[in-house]
Design a binder for this molecule. Sequence first.
Ligand SMILES: C[S@@+](CC[C@H](N)C(=O)[O-])C[C@H]1O[C@@H](n2cnc3c(N)ncnc32)[C@H](O)[C@@H]1O
Length: 216
Amino acid sequence: MLEPMGAFFDSRLRDYEEHQMTCIESAPEFYSFTADCLPAEPGAHILDLGCGTGLELDFYFRRNPSAKITGIDLAPGMLGELQKKFPEKELDLILGSYFDVPFGTAVFDGAVSVESLHHFTREEKIPLYARLREALKEGGYFILTDYFALSEEEEKSRRQELLRLREMQGLAEDVFYHYDTPLTVEHEAEALRAAGFTAVEILDRWGATAALKAEK
Ligand SMILES: C[S@@+](CC[C@H](N)C(=O)[O-])C[C@H]1O[C@@H](n2cnc3c(N)ncnc32)[C@H](O)[C@@H]1O
């Protein structure tokens, strides 16, 4: 049975961080790598899409303790855990979908998303990425670390399976349900370029995970 996105993560909250760090290939490496790619200037303002409990922020705050974070997530329990972990940090946590929450214009020095955007289509992502680009200051950039399909066949078959399951369960079209539908890394880079990002680069790969940098 598919579960609504926020409820899926909140119901697994107790073991969430241990699961991420031990069950995903090279997770300690890619979280640390992602944090090291983010702006190092003191007080840098970073937007985190699908921040969850903030595993990437554990690493980032070690490198940039005075960073200011705006985090958006659908799961109230995950956000509550993040707030508890960092009571002394400047966190602006927004409960909602990053497809709906306004980001503003030229607000952020950088943006990051880890293991969240593999649930959505290219068509959903292009307008999101265009708003994200608009929200970055001149010289700002987006680091996307996520899990990607290893072939176009995998990308297509997972999307078809999601549609089949949604139809079978009679699910509402406007609610996000948890099911992994990663794009290939090439299609992800195309979506970022189609949204107006000028330079899109694959920085590193760890099995099915890759880190991309998209410059405003
Ligand atoms: C696997 S967790 C990753 C959390 C964190 N970035 C990390 O790597 O530990 C995915 C997160 O994305 C959030 N998420 C999924 N779709 C979202 C959306 N449309 N808007 C906001 N958050 C979303 C989920 O609620 C969940 O907390």
